[in-house]
Design a protein around this ligand. Structure first.
Ligand code: NAD
Ligand code: TYD
Length: 338
């Protein structure tokens, strides 16, 4: 089988490529534009595998995508490629619309034109909006209405609707997964967990938005990869699967846990101006994927966060290179005088 993994030079896509290369002998093509978030060094070990190939392309470039489909004739396309950071989407929504919506529609058109055995869209629980903090009994199910808050989540929800429309109208054999916040190796330093680990290691302030009461449902990235693999190989066409489950933490508690693991003082915490439209709580009900495909998360947050901190300690060269480049300007723009 030949599988195109779009966005495979990013955080989750690269972990997924390693998962597939370890467990199967399928041909894997990573198709990635290499934006600020894409990093070929992340794929250094994959390049040693003869089943792996990399193609640089933008998913919203119709001509380039059609040529790749014509040349490669993939059996499966898994779309991880996206602009993925909520704060950047608040600063500049347009690129999110181009990549996340137009890019997905171009991939779907290519699937329609050239034929495909399976198209899988990697989506997010953020398409469901948020849950109130005082209702811990509420969870997102696959039936929860789409109700987005940020330009990022609006663009991901739009892409989901297109996938469902193409599935129904053109019979594209598609599935969608909506997962909670991932963490683990190769997570780009702009996101909460790596940002806090790296700042703490430099004894720099840890910028917690608002009061730090917001809740996220943390999913160890390898558990996410296992779930996507199951959906692609055994999931039912036309279905949506929620991935996550019962690893909810307040942001402030996540930050305190990281400080404790690193033996740093909580005095490093600094409460800063809240994110605009900040979603309060995300929480997944994973009953469907558990019942239909037998998936449950294997890594609880306490173990996963220790493994993640260890990874950042052991892979300094990977993130030091990132934070010494254009990321410096991003950090200054987003956090100086916040
Ligand atoms: P990431 O930002 O780390 O990586 C995105 C990758 O996509 C990068 O390699 C980038 O170069 C590539 N890319 C961006 N625009 C492209 C384009 N136009 N054409 C081709 N490649 C392009 O993101 P991630 O955290 O790995 O997220 C992967 C997917 O999972 C995204 O679709 C995201 O919406 C979804 N998701 C992520 C999380 C999370 O916690 N990280 C949670 C839920 C859903
Ligand atoms: P993030 O990693 O950006 O993921 P998402 O917004 O997709 O959930 O943020 C996770 C949570 O952490 C979110 O509630 C915002 C908060 N946050 C901070 O408090 N400080 C920060 O510097 C960042 C990047 C995020």
């Amino acid at each position: 089988m030949k599988i195109i993994v779009t966005g495979g030079a990013g955080f989750i896509g690269s972990n997924f490529i390693y998962y597939e290369l370890k467990n199967y002998s399928d041909e894997i093509i990573c198709l990635d534009k290499l934006t600020y978030a894409g990093n070929l060094e992340t794929l250094a070990d994959a390049f040693k595998n003869p089943n792996f190939k990399f193609i640089r392309a933008d998913i919203s470039d119709r001509k380039a995508i059609y040529k790749i489909f014509a040349d490669e004739k993939p059996d499966v396309v898994i779309n991880f490629a996206a602009e993925s950071h909520v704060d950047r989407s608040i600063e500049d929504p347009e690129l999110f619309l181009r990549t996340n919506i137009i890019g997905t529609s171009v991939l779907l058109d290519a699937c329609k034109k050239f034929g495909i055995k399976r198209f899988h869209q990697v989506s997010t629980d953020e398409v469901y909006g948020d849950l109130p903090l005082d209702r811990p009994d509420l969870f997102f199910t696959e039936q929860t209405n789409l109700h987005t808050s940020s330009p990022y989540s609006a663009s991901k929800a739009s892409a989901d609707l297109l996938v469902q429309a193409y599935q129904r109208t053109y019979k594209i054999p598609a599935t969608i997964s909506r997962c909670s916040n991932n963490y683990g190796a190769y997570h780009f330093p702009e996101k909460l967990i790596p940002l806090m680990i790296i700042n703490a290691l430099h004894d720099k302030k840890l910028p917690v938005y608002g009061t730090g009461e917001n809740v996220r449902d943390w999913l160890y990235v390898e558990d996410h990869c296992a779930a996507i693999d199951l959906i692609v190989r055994r999931g039912k066409i036309g279905e949506v699967y929620n991935i996550g489950g019962h690893n909810e933490r307040k942001n402030l508690d996540v930050v305190k846990t990281i400080l404790k693991i690193l033996g740093k003082s909580e005095d490093l915490i600094e409460f800063v101006t809240d994110r605009k439209g900040h979603d309060k709580r995300y929480a997944i009900d994973p009953t469907k994927i558990k019942n239909e495909l037998g998936w449950t998360p294997q890594t609880n947050f306490d173990d996963g966060i220790k493994k993640t901190v260890t990874w950042y300690l052991e892979n300094r060269a990977w993130w030091e290179k990132i934070i010494s480049g254009e990321y410096k300007d991003y950090y200054a723009k987003m956090y100086d005088n916040r």
